[in-house]
Design a protein around this ligand. Structure first.
Ligand code: CTP
Ligand code: MG
Length: 220
């Protein structure tokens, strides 16, 4: 059985909703609630949530105070997690996640230290210098846009997070921290539908898509 660490402690500056992003209303409930539903549907009931100041843990979850960076929030949540089980890390900012994403990431841990949800690139990706002149066109077949969930062998994540604060602050995902300690990281194919809510436009799109998942009143 796995334990989930849900990071929800960010302030949501780019969304600009005047409150932490994970607690913004999304199709009638706090954004965080959608990820918790998907975890429960995947049969994962041990959940630690890294929280912003002034917010309590949702029912049935262990709450911890988040850190100043995302990875510090992951480290704080891991410290409060029950020992001896695999760990799956997820951003509350990806409310369109499904139970299948969690199942697939955990299943792909067999023979790897870490397994991460990732969408194949659909755009062509180029590299350009500061002068905006293109220096290379990358081979799209080999490129993946990385998401969460990210599943870890617990020891691999502990080792990865045991780094100085400046290294931790430079990490945009935890899998990179595993890569730099020589661990094996596997990508698990996901879709762009599991996008991260960053801007007001993303929130509008997520609300439109999630309205469909709300329980419908019966016809009688
Ligand atoms: N996060 C966190 N602790 C932090 C920073 C971020 O737990 N100190 C979480 C966010 O709550 C989010 C996820 O990490 O679920 C991804 O971060 P991001 O999308 O950047 O969210 P915010 O930091 O809240 O947004 P912004 O960068 O626009 O302020
Ligand atoms: Mg952020």
């Amino acid at each position: 059985m796995a334990v989930a660490l849900v990071v929800a402690a960010g302030s949501g500056e780019r969304l600009g909703a005047g409150r932490p992003k994970a607690f913004v209303d999304l199709a009638g409930r706090p954004m965080l609630a959608w990820s918790l539903d998907a975890l429960h549907a995947a049969g994962i009931s041990q959940i630690v949530v890294a929280l912003p100041a002034g917010h309590d843990a949702p029912e049935g979850c262990i709450g911890v105070a988040g850190g100043t960076t995302r990875s510090e929030s992951v480290r704080a949540a891991l410290a409060a997690a029950p020992r001896g089980v695999d760990v799956v890390v997820h951003d509350a900012a990806r409310p369109l996640v499904t139970a299948e994403h969690f199942r697939a990431a955990l299943a792909a841990l067999a023979g790897a230290d870490c397994a991460i949800a990732a969408a194949p690139m659909t755009d062509t990706v180029k590299e350009a210098g500061e002068d905006r002149l293109v220096t290379a066109t990358l081979d799209r077949q080999r490129l993946w846009a990385i998401q969460t969930p990210q599943a870890f062998r617990r020891e691999a994540l502990e080792r990865a997070l045991a780094v100085p604060d400046d290294v931790l602050a430079a990490a945009t995902d935890d899998a990179w921290l595993v890569e730099r300690t020589g661990g094996t990281v596997r990508v698990v194919e996901s879709t762009p539908a599991n996008f991260k809510v960053t801007t007001p436009h993303d929130l509008e799109l997520a609300a439109y898509l999630l309205a469909d998942r709300l329980p419908r009143p019966s016809a009688h």
